[in-house]
Unconditional design. Sequence first.
Length: 125
Amino acid sequence: MTEANYFHVDVFATRSLTGNGLAVFLNTDEWSSSVMQSVTQEMRQFEPIFLSNISAIGATARVFTVDEELAFAGHPVLGAAAVLHRKLHAATLSRTWQLKLPSGQVEVTTTTSGNAYLAEPPVPI
């Protein structure tokens, strides 16, 4: 298992340590499903998201509960996009990310707001 770093973020929050806590794991390219499941169980996290194949425009994403892998979950996708923005393009005001989940590809737009990031699906025209 390769070393990965992770971030604990607050989703749906107006300030730190409020909202839905979320663990976002980066660089999990070589992690198996069983490792991701075991990490989720060990941390007793609710729907952590594991990112692999990270690029300048997005990543492959997998979400687990303590019992199973989910095809999609909203707040982990939003939190993951915010972490990607912070790590890859912190100086950019706004970015659109493509996250590939088992359920399909999802786009999320992130915008910096002070020390925080606003993440939302793109608005249809």
